[in-house]
Design a binder for this molecule. Structure first.
Ligand SMILES: Nc1ncnc2c1ncn2[C@@H]1O[C@H](COP(=O)(O)OP(=O)(O)O)[C@@H](O)[C@H]1O
Ligand SMILES: [Mg+2]
Length: 247
């Protein structure tokens, strides 16, 4: 799904990720960990394009990311759902409207404006709301929900376009422990039952170890660990977070 080979990435003239080798396969639940400023968000967001390729090979869903045309970039982005720390929902709209907005490429604008949805579309939205356990709040405005509930709406909306990949940048860092656990359980279910590949930047190491199938440790733009959660040792963890304490 995602192939990076000797890849160097960054912004304008600044190289942020250096010589990265990474293959992510269908069905994986990958967590990227590392100190702040290491390049985790840059790595994650490069998967939807827009980050400069300096050197190496980079493919996402068979698109060559170095030479991708605008039209193909749109097609690529239609197949990738994104979830952020800050939810990015439309506050004054209901849960249902927010989730259905994730399907908008399939729904003509005119129908969206008058909120005329087909039965098939509503059925799908209902299924998604059930998956993330938010169906009982369908008609509540999003600004009436808690942080954890909002993040679950964001997951349902990301799923509405049937993505092959979900990218999550610090999806639980603004949540309390209980809500965070619930969100992680839902992501785990989405990964296992819907077979959606997930790549998530996670701040909490214990959570990454508990829910993910693979952990990538990034320090100063380089991958310093790539393995299974139970392969992480104290020594490796120190190497991944090296420098963080001195900031
Ligand atoms: N849009 C941008 N333009 C230029 N530099 C950026 C941009 N976004 C991030 N950076 C720089 O890239 C480096 C890595 O940042 P980031 O990928 O956000 O790290 P992390 O998510 O691990 O905290 C930092 O030095 C940051 O200042
Ligand atoms: Mg970040």
């Amino acid at each position: 799904m995602i192939k990076m080979k000797k890849l160097t990435l960054g912004y304008k003239k600044e190289k942020i990720l250096k010589n990265v080798n990474l293959h992510i396969h269908k069905g994986e639940f990958v967590s990227i960990i590392g100190p702040s400023g290491a390049g985790k968000s840059t790595l994650l967001m490069s998967i939807v394009g827009g980050i400069k390729v300096f050197d190496g090979d980079f493919e996402v869903l068979n698109f060559d990311m170095e030479n991708i045309k605008k039209k193909n970039l749109v097609r690529l982005r239609e197949q990738i759902g994104i979830i952020f720390q800050g939810y990015n929902l439309v506050d004054r709209l209901t849960v249902l409207d927010n989730v259905i907005s994730g399907m908008l490429k399939d729904i003509p604008m005119a129908r969206a404006i008058i909120k005329y949805y087909k039965e098939k579309e509503l059925k799908k939205v209902n299924e998604l709301m059930q998956i993330v356990d938010i169906a009982k709040y369908s008609f509540k405005r999003c600004d009436e929900l808690s942080g954890g509930q909002r993040q679950r709406v964001a997951i349902a909306r990301a799923l509405a376009s049937d993505p092959k990949i979900i990218l999550a940048d610090e999806p639980i860092s603004a949540l309390d422990q209980k809500s965070a656990k619930k969100v992680m359980k839902i992501l785990e279910k989405v990964n296992k039952e819907l077979n959606v590949t997930i790549v998530a930047n996670l701040h909490h190491l214990d959570i990454a170890q508990k829910y993910c199938t693979r952990i990538i440790g990034v320090n100063d733009g380089k991958i310093v660990f790539d393995g299974k959660p139970d392969e992480l040792t104290e020594e490796i963890i120190e190497k991944i977070y090296e420098g963080e304490l001195h900031k």
